[in-house]
Ligand binder design. Structure first.
Ligand code: GDP
Length: 445
């Protein structure tokens, strides 16, 4: 991507009352002046102050930011026009005719990276903030944008660079006796960096859960109350509740937040043998959803005598992290489920009774995946995790080389580890790496 021309794109969705159109680059104010008419021109106007003017006949507010004190680090002008596609189109067409280029997806943030306003971990945090599905996910992304994750990744990189310098210093004095003797101290230092990298790598799972959400499925026999439970967990009626068994024939998906974790909840067709071809397809789909989910809420009708069989069916369905949810407790006062070696809760989807215990059981499963304790300050994403794994492997090689006194080979392994750590934050980059980070962004970011 060219970084010296002037680019533009809507920085807000066009569906609201106002659309923000961002212009970034050396000619931002000049090009804005070609389309915007106010009392005074924007070139030379006081930065970060709103001015009222017009683009064509449409009243439009303008604000200027002077390089490097802007989001992108370029000169930036933001125009606020009326919402809706037509108003935005009117402004954009004029800007393009006046010499702007349409920004690629993620190009504003890419410029911020190139101009040293953000590193790659922070750039990814911008994307995470916009897509965050829970308050905890939002907090994590904010901390990442503020540099919490970058600080830890840079720390690992700096330590490896220091070890590499020490290692290379040995190579400068090949005649000295020290060469080719096992270097226990440096080997141990490599292992210590690797241990810290492993600790950071262990945040991958919670990072994935917060960024992408946990897939949870509601399964069980027809009429057990699966759709009622979905609606109760969502707080609104998403699925059809009916006294007729077999009404939910397809899977119904909805997003919610349970215990601070974004959750993609799927309500399934009831598991039962059926001659009806449509219902059969639904049951088949339920089985696939169960196989793909990380947590299964297995709903059992507490009023039916066949609870044990229903539970067995759920166990046989291949459900992972099964929670037995005994429903309709309001109809069986004092109900206690038969003992079983899995988490069990008693609820009423109708009255809401027992919902806290269900959410607690869910949280316990999710927490077990990463050990107990509060959410971490920083959590790596899949891209960083892949790089950390490579760096850890290179550190292990370096450790072995040092234990054998092979400083030259160890220095090469440490250079590899440094490259991988560096790629997490963008200290070292390649076109492929930048492409992988920024192609995930959408237009205007
Ligand atoms: P699904 O087929 O498993 O999705 O079950 P539904 O959610 O459609 O519920 C089946 C029937 O059970 C409906 O008539 C619901 O009103 C009723 N039902 C669901 N949960 C409860 C509950 O907790 N208490 C009572 N009393 N009725 C419930």
């Amino acid at each position: 991507m060219n970084t010296s021309d002037t680019i533009t794109a809507p920085a807000s969705g066009t569906g609201g009352a106002i659309t923000v159109i961002r212009i970034s680059g050396p000619r931002a104010a000049g090009i804005a002046d070609a389309v915007w008419k106010g009392k005074r021109p924007l070139a030379g106007a006081e930065p970060r102050k709103m001015f009222l003017g017009k683009v064509g006949a449409d009243p439009t507010l303008a604000v200027c930011m002077k390089a490097p004190a802007s989001y992108t680090g370029d000169d930036v002008v933001e125009l606020q026009c009326h919402g809706g596609a037509v108003a935005a189109d009117n402004v954009l067409r004029r800007l393009l005719a006046a010499g702007c280029r349409m920004a690629e997806p993620g190009e504003f943030t890419f410029r911020a990276f190139i101009n040293g306003k953000l590193d790659l971990a922070q750039a990814e945090a911008v994307s995470d903030i916009v897509s965050s599905g829970s308050a905890a996910a939002f907090d994590l992304a904010q901390r990442q944008l503020a540099g919490a994750l970058s600080a830890r990744l840079n720390g690992l990189c700096d330590r490896v660079d220091a070890l590499r310098s020490e290692c290379e210093a040995r190579l400068d004095f090949p005649d000295e006796e020290l060469d080719f003797s096992p270097d226990v101290r440096l080997a141990a230092a490599c292992a210590a960096v690797a241990d810290d990298a492993k600790a950071l790598l262990a945040t991958r799972e919670i990072g994935r859960q917060l960024r992408e959400g946990v897939e949870a499925v509601i399964a069980g026999r027809p009429n057990a109350g699966k759709s009622s439970l979905l609606n109760r967990l969502l707080g609104y009626d998403r699925a059809i509740v009916s006294a007729l068994p077999g009404t939910t024939r397809d899977t119904v998906e909805a997003r919610t937040v349970l215990a601070d974790i974004p959750v993609i909840l799927t309500d399934t067709a009831g598991l039962r043998e059926s001659a009806d071809p449509v219902e059969k397809l639904g049951v088949e789909r339920s089985r696939r959803s169960i196989a793909a989910s990380q947590v299964t809420f297995g709903v059992i009708d507490a009023t039916s005598g066949s609870g044990a069989e229903a539970l067995d069916e759920l166990r046989r369905s291949g459900a992972k992290n099964l929670i037995a949810v005994w429903n309709k407790a309001d109809l069986v006062p004092g109900f206690v489920p038969p003992p079983a070696d899995l988490p069990q809760v008693t609820v009423s989807a109708a009255t809401g009774e027992g919902m806290e215990s269900l959410i607690e059981a869910f949280a316990r499963i999710i927490h077990a995946g990463r050990g107990t304790g509060p959410l971490p300050d920083a959590a790596v994403n899949a891209r960083m995790a892949g790089l950390l794994e490579q760096a850890i492997a290179a550190l292990k090689d370096a450790e072995n080389r040092l234990a054998a006194g092979e400083h030259e080979l160890a220095a090469a392994d440490l250079a590899e580890a440094s490259r991988r750590f560096g790629e997490t934050v963008g200290r070292t980059t390649s076109p492929d790496l930048l492409d992988a980070v920024f192609h995930k962004f959408c237009i205007g970011k």
